[in-house]
Design a binder for this molecule. Structure first.
Ligand SMILES: Cc1cc2nc3c(=O)[nH]c(=O)nc-3n(C[C@H](O)[C@H](O)[C@H](O)COP(=O)(O)OP(=O)(O)OC[C@H]3O[C@@H](n4cnc5c(N)ncnc54)[C@H](O)[C@@H]3O)c2cc1C
Length: 302
């Protein structure tokens, strides 16, 4: 069913970026809708210590709930659902298709985030649930200063990530889960120069013991023990909706946006993890504030 009166803005995704944009646009008295499929990356954060204003840290779900509360106080709400496709109508409006509706909007903010690539290793999910697998050393490397750190990696990206993490601890080992398939001499030399250990071979399984030390057991029977494991296999950008409209993306699939967070498509904006590698809540919320103001100004001019 299609509702003929267009929204001022449809926000797709209710992580920190989408929620912050929603708060700002609600406070501009804009007629918006936020649709969210319910798997924000922020919901995986055990306790963030680098988001300003929370000196003791805050759990990711608790932060999302605070943002949703702030949205409600300002008159907005999140609609559960998934946008399956996005098209342009003849008059320039956007048409978003959900399983039950076609939503018409003058502008769209994409805030659909990214997904972390994870290895198919026995025991990985159980260790992750204990918050012993980390993804963002920029965010939390500080918390593991001088601890025994392992990095699950396979390629050049993983080597760069390992070198970055080395700043926090001399006791660092890269666990190459593809046994050298994507590592050439130049990359292994780089690890040696940085004094980073390298484990190769086939991983049998990983598990945490009762002291919460993480064990990586190899098929040849050797075992490596860490205080924490970083997963450095990269991310996949949730860019499908932008692709349908032909929005420009860079070589890593991140959306290319201008200083107002507008994509190459008029009226189509993007904020948060899907626009840059520096995936952080502060970046997502800052971009969302810029996008919301630009969207409001654009609608004023019409
Ligand atoms: C384990 C972990 C720890 C982290 N720790 C920190 C930290 O300490 N500090 C920090 O700053 N950052 C941290 N991050 C990164 C932080 O979570 C992200 O930067 C932040 O969540 C990005 O917000 P976002 O709104 O761009 O995307 P997300 O939070 O991922 O939200 C995107 C939303 O879009 C929805 N969506 C996607 N596609 C559709 C669709 N088609 N229709 C409807 N909805 C859709 C998803 O369901 C999701 O809810 C961490 C990440 C992880 C995984």
């Amino acid at each position: 069913m299609e509702d003929d009166s267009p929204l001022d803005c449809l926000i797709i995704g209710a992580g920190p970026a989408g929620l912050t944009a929603g708060i700002n646009l609600s406070r501009f008295f804009r007629n918006i809708r936020i649709i969210d499929a319910g798997y924000s990356r922020a919901s995986l954060i055990p306790c963030t210590h680098n988001y300003p204003g929370f000196p003791e840290g805050i759990n990711g779900n608790a932060l999302l709930e605070q943002l949703r509360k702030q949205l409600r106080i300002n008159g907005g709400q999140v609609h559960q659902g998934e946008v399956l496709s996005l098209q342009r109508a003849d008059n320039g409006d956007f048409l978003a298709h959900t399983p039950t509706d076609v939503i018409r909007a003058r502008t769209v903010l994409l805030a659909t985030g990214v997904v972390d690539v994870e290895p198919e290793l026995e025991g990985f999910q159980a260790v992750k649930e204990k918050a012993l697998i980390r993804y963002c050393p920029i965010c939390d490397g500080f918390e593991f200063t001088n601890e025994r750190i392992g990095v699950i990696a396979r390629d050049e990206h993983g080597v760069h990530e390992s070198v970055f993490i080395k700043h926090f601890s001399a006791d660092l080992t890269m666990v190459d889960i593809d046994d050298g398939a994507f590592l050439d001499q130049r990359l292994t030399d780089r690890l040696s120069q940085e004094n980073i250990g390298l484990v190769q071979g086939c991983v049998d399984r990983i598990f945490a013991d009762d002291r919460d030390f993480v064990h990586v057991r190899m098929q040849d029977g050797t075992e490596h023990v860490f205080d924490v494991l970083y997963c450095a296999l990269g991310t996949r950008v949730r860019s499908a909706l932008s692709r349908e409209l032909g929005a420009r993306r860079n070589a890593d699939d991140y959306l290319i946006i201008d200083e107002h967070m507008q994509t190459g498509i008029e009226g189509l904006y993007a904020a948060g993890d899907m626009t840059n590698r520096l995936s952080q809540i502060t970046v997502a919320t800052g971009q969302a504030a810029i996008a919301a103001t630009a969207i409001h100004n654009r609608l004023q001019q019409r």
